[in-house]
Design a binder for this molecule. Structure first.
Ligand code: SF4
Ligand code: SF4
Length: 366
């Protein structure tokens, strides 16, 4: 297998993906992922979802309830405001219950719906794929152009594009860092840091610089490694998922044996529907091949579904070779349905969230 999205094009043995993560070569060197821009139904819906996310992220700090921020997570002062209600360390019971509900939520939700959260609403994925990656496409062009630019000599054009990209990335990271800080200290305090002399807000000013540097480093350099190497939720997938979990999956029963598409191909070749075009690999932001089965690096972004559907339409075959499915469903050739188990988990989650909402909205002093 040859992973076309990454910097190194070393030939890989069919099982070599088990030896190391897709973004590291045999010598332990980072392989840069040049993910092709996806296009299709899921990408369009994710774009709309991301606009909703950005609207919320950038407006919530300005919304107040009872004269207080809607949300505040002031860790240094151990003061938390949720839906305008203050929680102090003495409200530990509510905090404990929130944590328990949250953990149950994570376990149940993941068991039923896999990495739906990662692909659709995780801030890391949304900012990386729907914001910074799009800026990169705008400045440097699509994956092929980015690879050419990276491997090419330092011409005037390369210097201009690289400077522009890193300037824009840092500027955006600075803006995000300001809003991020607003969730911690509140927008009023942030305004003071911005408008008053730096000497009066040295700590706040340093916090903005540190957060900006961290966001810039993550989105310009660290990227998918945040999901594949650092994220604890990602690491937990192997114990949270089971054969009935909904995941982005390749239908190996329908796709194998794979083989290059040829016009007027005869049925005697006995090939499956996968035309081995690597389109699904080329769009993958974590550089993996979904045809190797469920992998911890898959963030469920659905780019490979769109890519494969596009190819299936082009060769006049049914879409859905890569789709949302469960492993058990694929083995038995069944379509994904909203199973009794999923319904049960959903009801449980609604009840837990209801109890939590009731606790949070109790009048103060209760
Ligand atoms: S395998 Fe598909 S869903 Fe998973 S990260 Fe790659 S492109 Fe996204
Ligand atoms: S995009 Fe579809 S047809 Fe092409 S290699 Fe991937 S699974 Fe096979």
């Amino acid at each position: 297998m040859n992973n076309n999205t990454t910097e190194t094009t070393e030939p890989q043995q069919p099982e070599s993906f088990r030896d190391r993560i897709a973004t590291v070569d045999a010598k332990g060197k980072r392989k840069w992922v040049f993910a092709q821009k996806p296009k299709g139904k899921f990408y369009n819906i994710r774009t709309w979802v991301s606009w909703g996310f950005f609207a919320l992220f950038f407006t919530l700090p300005f919304i107040k309830l009872n004269g207080r921020p809607l949300f505040l997570f002031n860790i240094p002062e151990a003061k938390f405001i949720i839906f305008g209600k203050i929680f102090w360390p003495q409200d530990f019971v509510i905090f404990g219950l929130t944590m328990v509900t949250f953990i149950i939520f994570i376990v149940l939700f993941t068991a039923a719906f896999g990495r739906l959260f990662c692909g659709w609403v995780c801030p890391q994925t949304i900012f990386m794929e729907m914001f910074f990656r799009k800026l990169e496409y705008l400045i440097e062009g699509d994956a092929a152009k980015q690879r050419l630019l990276k491997n090419g000599p330092w011409t005037g054009e390369k210097i201009r594009k690289k400077l522009t990209k890193h300037f824009v990335f840092f500027l955006m990271s600075f803006v995000i860092a300001n809003f991020f800080l607003a969730y911690i200290i509140g927008v009023d305090e942030l305004k003071k840091i911005i408008s008053e002399p730096i000497s009066e807000h040295v700590v706040g000013f340093l916090a903005i610089i540190v957060f900006s540097a961290i966001f810039y480093a993550v989105y310009a350099f660290f990227r998918e490694q945040a999901c594949t190497v650092v994220c604890p939720y990602g690491r937990l997938q192997s114990v949270l998922l089971d054969r009935n979990s909904m995941i982005v999956a390749y239908d190996h029963k329908r796709g194998e044996p794979r083989g290059k598409f040829k016009k007027n191909q005869t049925a005697e070749l006995n090939l499956g529907d996968c035309i081995d075009c690597f389109h699904c690999v080329k769009v993958c932001p974590t550089g993996i091949d979904i045809r190797n089965g469920t992998q911890m690096e898959c963030v469920g972004c659905t780019a490979c579904i769109d890519a494969c559907d596009e190819m299936m339409v082009a060769v006049n075959r049914p879409t859905g070779l890569v789709r949302y499915a469960s492993e058990a469903g694929i083995s038995e050739g069944k379509k994904l349905s909203y199973t009794g188990r999923m319904k049960f988990y959903t009801i449980l989650l609604v009840i837990l969230s209801g109890i939590l909402a009731l606790l949070i909205t109790q009048p103060e002093g209760y």
